[in-house]
Design a protein around this ligand. Structure first.
Ligand code: NBG
Length: 841
């Protein structure tokens, strides 16, 4: 590694003296504080100061600052004692923290100068940081955007999650396609987390229920592991407020080691509980919209819920003892618990248990408190992602909770019988327990709906579908329980910090940078959409970002791409409903046509670089075949001398938050092409639109609202609508579907073997036939293909009109204000949590 001057910088600079200075905000002081940490908070051999050492020392210097703000926030919340929100999520996709923290604290300039004094560029140091990838995809990233907005809006709120030792797997691409290797963010350590040795709670598994003489019940026996808190600071933008993401780690106590057995040489047996505890937080559950969990996954979920609720209750208790007057019935006016999907559903029976068995409340009182405290967000309608846990597994792991769930169900069913005779025949689908003798399960979504005061979907269309289909009968029972909260993204990470060039232009034309926290101000750009000066500045920012992206692509894939070609990107988890297969079949068709053209005809086409990236669930075979196909197509197309000037196809490996921060600013067209009704919201669509990238997409999820906001003339729409899908599937079953010749041609081309010898039969078979498992084109690729290709032709035409395209791009950014997670979170705060801002003075 070389420093800014091209020289190796491996030893501590001597000119600058080490000086602890947590309040440093001027370059020399910051540099002194960085050196102080390199010397006196050492993690490496003395005197070394390479980029890695510099990263850790820089992060620690910044952490000093954060700790101060963090403590102030904590003290202030404690003093004001507002109602607080606790966001329970099994996933957070934080990505890197350095640039974000420096940016939110507005220390960009001083930090860059300080590092330059030490021989480094800030970007180079930032590059050293590993992503905290404690999530799978959109759901986890949403949680992270929400934390940023909660802090920025000065809301009294906490994030709760698990401290997985290995986050989402790293994807490498080999000749075989995708391969997974373990992620290693904690291989050394994370400079951002602070362990709180005083925040430890016991969490029990297995055991049995003991009935006391007074009839009260107690869960006893089994394994007890300890949950230890690790806090990660979440700084708000341009505010003192810094909140916490509290991640639990599972541990056993020293006394749980059986010394006798150990001395007998039975090492594994002696440390059984230690190793079982360790397993809990070893890996992030790798599923995304797939229900594949077993005992360990259930343990993880319970571990999160139990530790978090004990923590929440102990905070409530501290007050009670201080004031001597706090009543349990006040709990919901101090605490809001938000369940991010059904993964933290066990918070419901666990809160009931803690209230009844540990704190002596009766059923009615406990139920009243619980159901006024918890709220649930649904993130999918995919049946395979609606969690159902085996009843026998639950009885084994959580016997007391199963009693409570049975009782909740019994009382709910009784109420329906008493009050709604018309729903009698719906009871079997409304109830929480599915007692089907073949496979008795607990339906977690039903438990959430029955117990929560509010249930919300994540985009208008999705919320409407929930009300009309999945939860229709519940709506008739509780018409006011259901809401919509359209997702959002933080404009700090997803525009201000990932595209400083475009941000500066926006600030210049709006004459203010207030848009960073008031994103609706972007509409002010509309009046300049035709302005040539703005257009040319806009184009120069885009090309700079495209060049940066092209360098990155060349570095990680070896493929050189032309920054003047149209950059067309689809990045998200690989899933059949997201239809990466349609994208690549479209590319294949384009390639075939280019091959058939004469050289002068080719010259008239619009050169395109198609980039596709995303991870496939390790056991999702068809998803992995899609990854392989994209790579194989890329190999053939990119090395075809007749065509590769006009078309390049790149599979971007190991898509993650950091890669997204590179791709999104450099994009011009992005694809959000899921089968209508299947993508609950999508959030990358918002990030692309915000960065002036045009969308080709279906009327699905948040696309619908994006199109409304940016204007339909600035959105390349195609495909069936959600309400047509059931009929189209039926027609297909009835043998009425007639494929477009272009679709047949593309598939045939793959079958002819142009892209190598890999057997694509099983993948293509999913598009064939009218019925049968894994057949019959459930995701309607064939039906939508012709309109997709027509929309792509419109993209090419539009791109030829440079000014027209720039105008559309500006209007896209101008129309993205609604999709700030600040708006989303403000709505949750007001309409679900009933909490208010609590800014640190
Ligand atoms: C995902 C949806 C996305 C949505 C995110 C965030 C799950 C279960 N759901 O469409 O598929 O944008 O949640 O709400 O991961």
């Amino acid at each position: 590694m070389a420093n800014a001057n091209g020289k190796a910088a491996t030893s501590l600079p001597e000119k600058i003296s080490a000086k602890a200075n947590p309040e440093a905000n001027e370059a020399t002081e910051i540099a002194g504080n960085i050196i102080y940490h390199a010397k006196y908070s050492p993690h490496f051999s003395p005197l070394k100061f390479g980029p890695e050492q510099a990263l850790y020392a820089t992060a620690e210097s910044l952490r000093d600052r954060l700790i101060q703000l963090w403590n102030e926030t904590y003290v202030h919340f404690n003093k004001v004692d507002p109602k607080q929100t606790y966001y329970l999520s099994m996933e957070y996709l934080q990505g890197r923290a350095l640039t974000n923290a420096i940016g939110n604290l507005n220390l960009q300039g001083p930090y860059a100068d300080a590092l330059r004094k030490l021989g480094y560029e800030l970007e180079e140091i930032a590059e050293q940081e590993k992503d905290a990838a404690l999530g799978n995809g959109g759901l986890g990233r949403l949680a992270s955007c929400f934390l940023d907005s909660m802090a920025t809006l000065n809301l009294p709120a906490w994030g709760y999650g698990l401290r997985y030792r290995h986050g989402l797997f790293k994807q490498i691409i080999t000749k075989k396609g995708q391969e997974e290797i373990p992620e290693d963010w904690l291989e050394k350590f994370s400079p951002w987390e602070i362990v709180r040795h005083d925040v430890v709670f016991p969490v029990r598994f297995f055991g049995k229920v003991q009935i006391n003489p007074d009839g009260s019940r107690k869960w006893v026996g089994g394994d007890v592991v300890q949950a230890l808190a690790y806090d990660v600071p979440i700084p708000g933008y341009n505010t003192k407020n810094t909140i916490s993401l509290r991640l639990w780690e599972a541990k056993a106590r020293a006394e749980d080691l059986d010394l006798f057995q150990f001395n007998e040489g039975e090492y594994e047996l002696a440390a059984q509980l230690h190793s079982r505890a360790q397993q809990i937080c070893t890996v992030l559950y790798p599923g995304d919209a797939t229900e594949n969990g077993k005992l360990l996954r259930l343990k993880q979920q319970f571990f999160l819920c139990s530790a978090s609720l004990q923590d929440i209750i102990s905070r409530f208790h501290e007050r009670s003892t201080a004031e001597g007057s706090r009543k349990w019935s006040d709990f919901p006016s101090k605490v809001a618990v938000q369940m991010n999907d059904t993964h933290p559903t066990l918070a419901i029976p666990e809160l009931m248990r803690l209230l009844m068995d540990d704190n002596g409340l009766g059923w009615d009182e406990a139920w009243d408190v619980t159901s006024r405290t918890v709220a649930y967000t649904n993130h999918t309608v995919l049946p395979e992602a609606l969690e159902k846990w085996s009843q026998s597994l639950m009885w084994k792991l959580l016997p007391r909770h199963m009693e409570i769930i049975e009782e909740i169900d019994k009382r709910f069913v009784q109420t329906i019988r008493d009050t709604r005779v018309d729903l009698e025949d719906k009871i079997s689908s409304l109830s929480i327990l599915d007692n089907n003798p073949q496979k008795p399960v607990v339906r977690m979504a039903n438990l959430c709906v029955v117990s929560s005061h509010t249930v919300n979907g994540v985009a208008q269309l999705h919320s409407d579908i929930l009300k009309a289909e999945l939860f229709a009968d519940y709506v008739s029972i509780w018409p006011n329980k259901f809401q919509n909260k359209t997702n959002g993204i933080t404009p700090r990470r997803w525009l201000r910090f990932c595209s400083p060039e475009l941000s500066d232009i926006i600030t210049k034309w709006l004459k203010t940078d207030k848009w960073i926290t008031d994103l609706d101000l972007l509409t002010g750009l509309r009046q300049f959409a035709d302005n040539e000066e703005l257009q040319s500045e806009w184009a120069s920012a885009k090309i700079a970002n495209k060049k940066r992206l092209a360098q990155y692509i060349e570095r990680v894939t070896g493929v050189s791409i032309d920054p003047t070609s149209l950059f067309d990107i689809q990045v998200k988890r690989i899933h059949e409903y997201k239809r990466q297969l349609m994208n690549i079949l479209g590319v294949i068709y384009r390639f075939k046509k280019l091959k058939e053209m004469k050289p002068e005809e080719r010259k008239k086409t619009v050169p395109r670089t198609v980039m596709i990236g995303g991870k496939a669930f390790a056991t999702y075979t068809n998803a992995k075949r899609i990854v392989k196909l994209v790579n194989d197509v890329g190999d053939v197309v990119n090395s075809d001398p007749e065509v590769n000037e006009y078309l390049k196809v790149v599979f971007v490996p190991n898509y993650n938050v950091t890669v997204a921060e590179m791709l999104i600013p450099g994009s011009e067209l992005s694809q959000h092409i899921s089968t209508a009704g299947m993508e609950a919201s999508g959030t990358s669509n918002m990030k692309f639109a915000l960065n002036g990238c045009l969308i080709i997409g279906t009327l699905d999820g948040a696309n619908v609202e994006i199109r409304e906001e940016v204007g339909e003339e600035n959105f390349f729409l195609f495909g069936a609508t959600a309400d047509q899908v059931p009929r189209l599937r039926k027609e297909r079953k009835d043998g009425l579907f007639k494929p477009d010749p272009r679709f047949e041609e593309a598939k045939q081309f793959v079958k002819s073997g142009v892209f190598g010898s890999y057997d694509y039969g099983p993948l293509l078979d999913s598009l064939e036939g009218n019925t049968g498992f894994g057949r019959g084109d459930y995701f309607l690729v064939g039906y939508d293909f012709p309109s997709y290709m027509d929309a792509q032709a419109k993209v090419d035409e539009a791109y030829k009109d440079r000014k027209g395209w720039l105008k559309m791009s500006i209007l896209s950014t101008a129309g993205s204000g609604k999709f700030s997670s600040d708006r989303t979170i403000a709505q949750y705060a007001k309409e679900i949590w009933n909490i208010e801002a609590c800014p640190v003075p």
